[in-house]
Design a protein around this ligand. Structure first.
Ligand SMILES: [Zn+2]
Length: 531
C-alpha cells in the first residue's frame, strides 16, 4: 500500500474514532516534507562559539549540515545563501542533557506547551490560539511542564478563565495542581472524575482524569503529532538536542504523569525519525527499576543489556545508557559496568547521593567504571567531599532542575561544582515535575531566584557565560559526542539566533528569550522572519 493511501486510511480510522469527518482532518493535515539542508553563510552576527578560547565571531559558513567556517573574514565556496543577522546574538544549539521529552511527546489531547507565558491573560491567549486549529469538542491540554508560580498571579487559570478558550481544557501542572473548564468538567464527570466547582481536580481524581484522557484520546497519530509539536516548541526556545531520561513503566494507560509504556513510548519519535521529520536530536536512555531482591535477578535490566546497543543510531536519534534509574541495587550497577554501558541515577538529598557514591565505589573496585561516564543528576545537596569521590571515579553530575523549587539554599551548589574540576553539565529534568524551557532554568541559575522571584540558591549562582557553557560545550561529555555543543569547523551545524542579547539584557528578561532562527544539522527548523 502506498504511503498516501495508508495515511488516508489511518486518518479515516482516527476520524471514525473521534467522530468527525475525514475531509476536515485532511484539511488540517500537516505538510510532511522534511526541512531541507541548506548551505548558508551567516554574517553580521555575534556568534558565541563556546569553543575552548570562548571566541565570539561575526560569521559562520554552513555546508552539508556542518560548520565549514567560523570566523570574521571567511571565504566561502560554492554559492551559499548569505543571511545578514544584523548584529543578533547566536549560540550553539542548547543541549538538555536530561529531560522527559518522550513523556511530553505522549501526552493526551492537543498538548499545548505554555512555558513562554508569564501572566494568566497571556496563557489564555496562547490556549485560544491553539484552540483555533483544534476541532470543536476536542481537548486542549497542558500536562507537565507548567507551573502556577510562572504566572504573575501565582496561580493557574480558573474554570471561568479557561472557558474563554472555547474547547474543553485540561491543565495538569508540575506545581500548582490540576484544572479544567466547564466543557472539560462535563466530559470528565460523565466518566466518574470528581471536579470542584472552580474546575480544580484534587488528589486521586487528577490521576483518574489523566488516565481517562490517555485511554480515550491517545492513538499513534496523536502521539506523533504531540511529539513533533513538543520538539518544535523547544526548538523555538533554542533546544537542538534532548537526552531523554525515561519514564516509569506502565503496561496500560496510567494515572501517574511520569508513567508510560517504556517499550512503546518511543514509537512516535522513531516514526518521525524514519520519515526524516525530527526537528531536534533525540538521545534515549533506558530507565530500569528492577528490585534488588527480584528472582530471577535483574529481570528487565539483564534483558536490556543483552538485547540493546548503547549509543547506537544516527545523528538524529541514538540510544544512550541506563537511567535515570538503574535499578537492581549494587548488582544492577555491576551488570551495567560489566556490559560497558553508561549508568545514571538521580539524587534527591545528601543521604541518597552518599549511598549512590558508596555503591559506585564498591562496583568500581571490582569493575572499573572510570571510562564509562557514569552520571548522577539533580544533586541538590552535594558537598565537596562527594564531588571528590565522584570525580575520582571519572563521573559527572548534572545540574539545573531549579526554577520551580522553593526554600533557602536548595542547591545544587552550582558555583562549587563549576570550580571543582568534576564533569558538570546542564539538565532541566523537565516534563513532569518541572519545566523544560532552558531560559527559565538559566534565569534561576544566574539570578538565584525561582519563578516566583524567591532567592533559593544563596551564593551559588553562576555567570551567564558559565550557565550557557554548561548547556552547550560542557554537555558534549554527557551526550558523549564531541561534534555538537560548540560552533567550530567540522561540528554539526546546530545553532539558535536569539531574539535579544542574552549577555546584555536585564536579569528579569532572561526568562523571555526565544530563538528567531533555529538550525539543526544545517536544516532550518524554525524561522521567525529571519530568512
Ligand atoms: Zn529526570
Amino acid at each position: 500500500m502506498d504511503a498516501s493511501r495508508r495515511q488516508f486510511l489511518e486518518r479515516a480510522a482516527l476520524a471514525a474514532t473521534l467522530g468527525f469527518s475525514t475531509a476536515r482532518l485532511r484539511a488540517q493535515a500537516r505538510p510532511a516534507a522534511p526541512p531541507q539542508i541548506t548551505d548558508l553563510y551567516l554574517v553580521n552576527g555575534r556568534f558565541h562559539t563556546m569553543d575552548t578560547a570562548t571566541r565570539v565571531v561575526s560569521q559562520v559558513w554552513i555546508r552539508n549540515g556542518r560548520f565549514a567556517g567560523v570566523g570574521n573574514n571567511l571565504s566561502t565556496q560554492g554559492n551559499p545563501r548569505r543571511i545578514d543577522l544584523r548584529n543578533r546574538t547566536v549560540i550553539p544549539g542548547i543541549v538538555d542533557a536530561h529531560n522527559h521529552i518522550v513523556l511530553v511527546g505522549n501526552r493526551p489531547g492537543w498538548h499545548t506547551p505554555l512555558e513562554h507565558v508569564f501572566t494568566i491573560p497571556e496563557a489564555i491567549a496562547a490556549l485560544k490560539t491553539r484552540a483555533s486549529s483544534v476541532p470543536a469538542g476536542e481537548f486542549v491540554t497542558t500536562v507537565g511542564p507548567i507551573s502556577a508560580m510562572q504566572f504573575d498571579e501565582r496561580r493557574l487559570p480558573t474554570l471561568t478563565e479557561l472557558d474563554a478558550v472555547g474547547r474543553p481544557v485540561y491543565l495538569q501542572a508540575a506545581q500548582g495542581g490540576t484544572r479544567t473548564n466547564s466543557e472539560g468538567k462535563v466530559w470528565l464527570e460523565a466518566r466518574g472524575v470528581t471536579v470542584a466547582a472552580d474546575g480544580a481536580i484534587a488528589g486521586p481524581a487528577a490521576g483518574l482524569a489523566l488516565q481517562t484522557l490517555r485511554k480515550t484520546l491517545l492513538t499513534m497519530e496523536t502521539r506523533k503529532r504531540t511529539a513533533l509539536d513538543a520538539l518544535q516548541y523547544y526548538a523555538q526556545l533554542g533546544i537542538t538536542t534532548h537526552r531523554d531520561s525515561g519514564a516509569f513503566h506502565a503496561d496500560e494507560p496510567a494515572t501517574g504523569v511520569a508513567s508510560e509504556n517504556t517499550y512503546t513510548m518511543h514509537n512516535p519519535f522513531l516514526a518521525l525519525a524514519r520519515e526524516g521529520r525530527l526537528p531536534a536530536r533525540l538521545r534515549i536512555d533506558f530507565l530500569h527499576q528492577d528490585s534488588p531482591t527480584a528472582n530471577p535477578p535483574l529481570p528487565t535490566l539483564s534483558e536490556r543489556l543483552r538485547n540493546s546497543f548503547p549509543r547506537f543510531g544516527n545523528e538524529w536519534l541514538k540510544t544512550g545508557g541506563i537511567g535515570e534509574f538503574t535499578g537492581g541495587g549494587v548488582d544492577g550497577l555491576r551488570a551495567i559496568a560489566r556490559a560497558g554501558w553508561r549508568a545514571e541515577d538521580h539524587a534527591l538529598n545528601l543521604a541518597g547521593a552518599t549511598t549512590l557514591i558508596t555503591n559506585r565505589e564498591t562496583v568500581n573496585r571490582e569493575i572499573p567504571i572510570t571510562d564509562l561516564r557514569w552520571i548522577i543528576s539533580h544533586v541538590p545537596e552535594f558537598p565537596v567531599e562527594l564531588a571528590n569521590r565522584a570525580h575520582a571515579m571519572g563521573m559527572g553530575v548534572l545540574v539545573g532542575w531549579g526554577p520551580t523549587r522553593t526554600g533557602m539554599n536548595v542547591g545544587p551548589p552550582y558555583r562549587m561544582l563549576i570550580n571543582h574540576g568534576i564533569h558538570v553539565g546542564y539538565h532541566s529534568d523537565g516534563g513532569d515535575i518541572t519545566v523544560i524551557n532552558p531560559w527559565l532554568n538559566f534565569s534561576t541559575m544566574i539570578t538565584g531566584r525561582n519563578l516566583a522571584g524567591q532567592a533559593i540558591l544563596g551564593d551559588q549562582t553562576l555567570t551567564r557565560q558559565q550557565t550557557l557553557w554548561l548547556a552547550t560545550a560542557a554537555n558534549k561529555w554527557f551526550i558523549w559526542e564531541d561534534d555538537i555543543g560548540s560552533l567550530e569547523p567540522g561540528n554539526r551545524a546546530d545553532l539558535a539566533v536569539l531574539d535579544r542579547d542574552y549577555f546584555a539584557i536585564p536579569d528579569e528578561d532572561i526568562k523571555r528569550i526565544r530563538s528567531v532562527l533555529t538550525i539543526v544539522g544545517g536544516r532550518v527548523i524554525y524561522n521567525d522572519g529571519i530568512l
